[in-house]
Write a protein that binds this ligand. Structure first.
Ligand code: ASP
Length: 344
């Protein structure tokens, strides 16, 4: 992990600016292609944090930046060990008197998972803001520089304190719990489906329009560890079979999240396999592949009878994050685990 500080030649005015740590992890925001017109054939995570910052001179008027290169990867390959490293580093910085807020640059592919993990495990009320880009740093009209400037602006603002982990993307500010990637290519790639963004950031101005109501950061029972209970995801679809679930149970998984059809409904063959899995001690959570709405308990499946848990509005990927944390914290039993899903 490389750290450096840009505080050596600051003016008195600049010394009054908030101190923001920028933790770079890779992604398209740090991507580079051979051609400026290429926005799909590029290598993610190859541009270092110092160069990302150099592309945004206006940052010097917003904050004193402390850059760190935490990783240089493509977030499609996000590893659980890197989640542990990142969350621990965020916690260390949040506890430091030298830092007022944190920005994390990330790939868009798994950003919604990392953001929710941090929302549940980092401990502090200072702003933690993730950002990313859909176009590589080398592209015409790259979106990364403005997203980075806006993310630092949010992290430096008093209004962002105590709002949990945030995602600043394309001028909007999202709650980590709600935000999902909804486009494979558009620069407006993130939405908080159904509930909407928390607020917006534009031209140096930050405005929140609603508050986060569910517990996060300092108010959760979760702490970051290095043990990650094995939780996998299966999907229901026409003609689904029990083959995948039986293989997962044989492999010793602790939990299975189902991306069900509609209101978390599950093909009969798959549902029987999942009911059998519960009898073997595997925790089964029903979510939906639909992309908006929530999954009602005892709606599309007899959850009480089969011992299933429902994910509410969490998509399968976020439900998996919560189930891993709940199991790592020693959570057991359908009633207690359902309470966790109803709470967070
Ligand atoms: N594959 C890239 C990543 O997630 C995509 C992106 O950042 O937009 O790292």
């Amino acid at each position: 992990m490389n750290t450096s500080t840009s505080s050596s030649s600051v003016t008195p005015a600049a010394q009054a600016l908030p101190r923001i740590a920028v933790l770079a992890t890779g992604g398209t925001i740090a991507g580079s292609a051979a051609d400026v017109t290429s926005t799909s054939g590029y290598q993610a995570g190859v541009v270092g944090v110092e160069r990302l910052l150099e592309a945004v001179p206006a940052l010097s008027g917003v904050a004193r930046i402390q850059p760190e290169q935490i990783a240089s990867g493509d977030s499609k390959d996000m590893a659980l060990a890197l989640w542990t490293t990142l969350a621990q580093r965020v916690n260390t910085l949040l506890a430091s008197d030298e830092i007022d807020g944190i920005v994390i640059t990330h790939g868009t592919d798994t950003l919604e998972e990392t953001a929710y993990l941090l929302h549940l495990t980092v401990k502090g009320t200072k702003p933690v803001v993730l950002t990313a880009a859909m176009r590589p740093a080398s592209a015409l009209s790259a979106d990364g520089p403005l997203n980075l400037l806006n993310a630092v602006t949010v992290a430096a603002s008093a209004a962002a304190h105590g709002q949990g982990v945030l995602v600043a993307f394309n001028n909007r500010i999202h709650c980590a719990r709600d935000v999902v990637k909804t486009s494979t290519y558009a620069v407006d790639a993130f939405q908080s489906v159904e509930v909407g963004a928390l607020g917006w950031v534009q031209d140096g101005r930050v405005e929140f329009q609603r508050k986060v109501v569910r517990p996060h950061t300092v108010d959760t029972e979760f702490v970051i560890g290095s043990q990650w209970p094995n939780v996998e995801i299966v999907t229901s679809y026409a003609g689904a079979s029990r083959i995948g679930v039986d293989a997962l149970v044989a492999a010793g998984v602790r939990g299975i999240v189902v991306a069900g059809t509609g209101n978390g409904s599950i093909h009969a063959s798959l549902q029987q396999a999942l009911a059998d899995a519960v009898k073997q001690g595997v925790v089964v959570v029903r979510s939906s592949r639909v992309g908006s709405g929530h999954v009602m308990r005892n709606g599309a499946a007899p959850d009480d009878a089969l011992g299933f848990i429902t994910a509410g509005a969490l998509n399968p990927y976020k439900a998996r994050v919560l189930l891993m944390l709940a199991l790592a914290a020693g959570g057991t039993g359908a009633v207690a685990l359902q309470k966790i899903f109803d709470t967070y």
